[in-house]
Write a protein that binds this ligand. Structure first.
Ligand code: ADP
Ligand code: ZN
Length: 625
């Protein structure tokens, strides 16, 4: 039937099967009930509300209001819906007064299947009055609240406007709501339910595994050079995001990468709005650009072919890390999440936390979150297992992370750790790491002599360990909270937490053996993830003629995208172009069976694509000429 979800999936979106829980979610919603959907980035959240919205609209039940936090995100979503022939629009400050009133009237007449707007718009009095009118006329089909973790006060993306969205349920209790997010640990989930009064909603929680992402965390030596090598070895000519903590470092890194011949642009909140927009647009539209950014960049960036996300500084918790790395490989093809991490990161994050404004109870929560991330960085086991277990999902070693691919050699650093703790104690918790290492290694420096530290019982007890190894022991101890680096006093080392029981125990401290600068491991093969049994399918390779056709299709797509002023993937995704280049459809019917080709796209682009496929490729054209 024309109004059936399955048919809409095929005809409008060009896909033949639902993914994961999409079908169940859609049926739940069209049945008039509320849902809370947790699905990883790239999992296919949009269809979960777009298809019910289309079903409802076709049945004469009017509009679904989609709450979305960012203007850029609304534009791209609406553009993509238009390309698929769906009546959708947005209301935001980018519209002229005239465009605004036209869109509003279309909504009031029930012409729109979806209306996108920001939370502050949706909750203002005028808009609520319009919704009242629609609701009375039976033309208010539902609410979809995207990026709903923004309602969480303790999360990394809190937006106070989101709390106000509660009013939607108070005013329109009978209108079904769907709330969606790609991050939510148990705490955030509870906040979402509490703050938005979603207690009656059914929760749909998908696996958070992203099997196509290869995770790697490297010990920081010369982070910039490590980054450069990582990009050169694995991602030449590909799009990626590099996250840094400070604006200054963002600028420096972008300049430096550009000097090294890797096209890179900076993005941070200190740049004016216009520059930010231009950089973001270029990143979305051009191939092979690296965006160097603070965490101000990324939410709502649904570019599917970001091939890597690199962190030059450690984020503050696993949610942040997961959210940021999740921007890689939304198209399901192999992608990399790479981080360089060192003692400075641990110290910096700890200090920011302690100096922050938060109250003690809140700080306690934040410390726990930071510790979980530190544990993951220091772990010698599977990264994915750690990541997923944090979200409450049991997992098996994955075979697609650095620790699985080349298991690190470990040693028990319990003994040196106790030496280090007692040396800090003997130095009266008054010296920085350099001096403490000198004492441990028995270096007779001027400072050692000045303080008479050659007479300490710990002088020279750790001569057999190198500086690198000591750093790694110290990092572990800081990560475990036994040592604190005091920022107020020249970064001197202080004993903290449960250091006493540890020093008198014979507990082990598994440590990764310091290795000479390891090469980035070989390009991740799209192997099956043992943890979930989900396979990452690497696309079938193209022959020379296929490659040539793929390039022609990409060039053609670029022209179409430019002419329509939309990102390239809104026309067709890479996977779709790849399949076309592989199967070389000769008829519209054959083309229609390619993934991502729906009716509207077939009508608008079908003939042009078939022509491109039929064209002889360049070489033979030259020979023929
Ligand atoms: P999310 O919002 O969860 O990050 P999207 O809704 O943007 O993910 O979907 C990610 C990609 O997967 C998009 O390119 C989308 O068109 C595609 N997709 C979604 N559902 C399906 C499906 N059932 N079959 C094939 N592709 C799908
Ligand atoms: Zn693993």
């Amino acid at each position: 039937m024309p109004g059936e979800p399955q048919q809409i999936l095929e005809e409008i979106f060009g896909y033949d099967a639902f993914r994961g829980e999409q079908r169940e979610i859609i049926e739940h919603l069209t049945g008039g009930k509320d849902a809370l959907v947790l699905m990883p980035t790239g999992g296919g959240k949009s269809l979960c509300y777009q298809i019910p919205a289309i079903v409802n609209h076709r049945a004469g039940r009017g509009v679904t209001v989609v709450v979305s936090p960012l203007i850029a995100l609304m534009h791209d979503q609406v553009a993509a819906l238009h390309e698929n022939g769906v009546e959708a629009a947005f209301l935001n400050s980018s519209l002229s007064a005239e465009q605004f009133s036209i869109t509003r009237e279309r909504m009031m007449r029930g012409e729109l299947a979806m209306l996108y707007a920001a939370p502050e718009r949706v909750t203002n009095a005028e808009f609520l009055a319009d919704l009242e009118t629609l609701s009375t006329a039976g033309l208010l089909a539902g609410f979809a609240i995207d990026e709903v973790h923004c309602v969480s006060q303790w999360g990394h993306d809190f937006r106070p406007e989101y709390i106000e969205l509660r009013v939607l349920h108070e005013r329109f209790p009978a209108v079904p709501r769907i709330a969606l997010t790609a991050t939510a640990d148990a705490l955030t989930r509870a906040e979402i339910v509490g703050n938005l009064d979603l207690g009656g909603a059914r929760e749909f929680i998908s696996s958070f595994d992203r099997p196509n992402i290869h995770y790697a965390i490297a010990e920081k030596r010369d982070a910039k050079k490590q980054l450069l090598r990582f990009i050169r070895e694995r991602h030449v000519g590909e799009s990626g995001i590099v996250y840094c903590l400070s604006r200054r470092k963002v600028e420096e890194t972008a300049n430096w990468l550009s000097e090294q011949g890797i096209p890179a642009l900076p993005y941070h909140a200190g740049l004016d709005a216009n520059t930010r927009r231009v950089h973001q647009d270029r990143f979305l539209r051009e191939d092979g650009l690296v965006m160097t950014a603070t965490i101000a960049f990324g939410m709502g960036i649904d570019k599917p072919d970001v091939r890597f996300v690199a962190h030059l500084d450690m984020p503050k918790n696993i949610e942040g890390y997961y959210q940021e790395t999740g921007r890689a490989g939304r198209d399901g093809e192999p992608a990399d999440a790479w981080m360089a991490y060192g003692l400075q990161d641990v110290v910096l994050q700890r200090n920011m936390l302690e100096r922050g404004e938060a109250g003690e109870r809140h700080k306690q929560v934040l410390r726990g979150k930071l510790d979980a991330l530190l544990a993951m960085c220091e772990s010698t086991g599977c990264r994915r297992v750690q990541l997923l277990e944090y979200f409450g999902e049991p997992a098996e070693p994955c075979g697609n992370c650095d620790n699985c691919v080349s298991p690190p050699e470990t040693l028990d650093a319990g003994e040196p750790a106790r030496m280090l703790l007692s040396c800090i104690y003997r130095c009266e918790q008054n010296f920085g790491s350099g001096h403490v290492f000198d004492v441990l290694r028995g270096n007779e420096t001027e400072k050692v002599a000045r303080f008479g530290h050659q007479r300490l019982s710990t002088f020279g007890v750790g001569a057999e360990y190198g500086e690198q190894q000591w750093r790694s022991v110290l990092r572990q101890l800081v990560a475990r909270g036994y040592v604190r680096v005091d920022p107020e006093h020249f970064n001197v080392l202080r004993l903290a937490g449960e250091w006493r029981p540890f020093i008198t125990s014979d507990a082990a401290l598994p440590l990764r053996k310091a290795v000479k600068a390891a090469r980035a491991s070989s390009k991740s093969s799209g192997r099956a993830s043992a943890g979930t049994g989900r396979a990452v399918v690497e696309p079938a390779p193209l022959d020379a003629a296929g490659e040539a056709l793929f390039e022609r299709l990409r060039a053609w797509r670029r022209e179409q995208a430019d002419a329509r002023d939309v990102p390239a993937y809104v026309i067709f995704g890479n996977a779709t172009l790849h399949e076309i280049a592989l199967c070389r459809p000769a008829t519209l019917e054959q083309l229609a069976s390619v993934k991502g080709v729906g009716d509207a796209k077939l009508e608008n682009f079908g003939a042009a694509v078939l022509e491109l496929v039929a064209e002889p490729d360049d070489e033979s054209a030259i020979v023929a000429a």
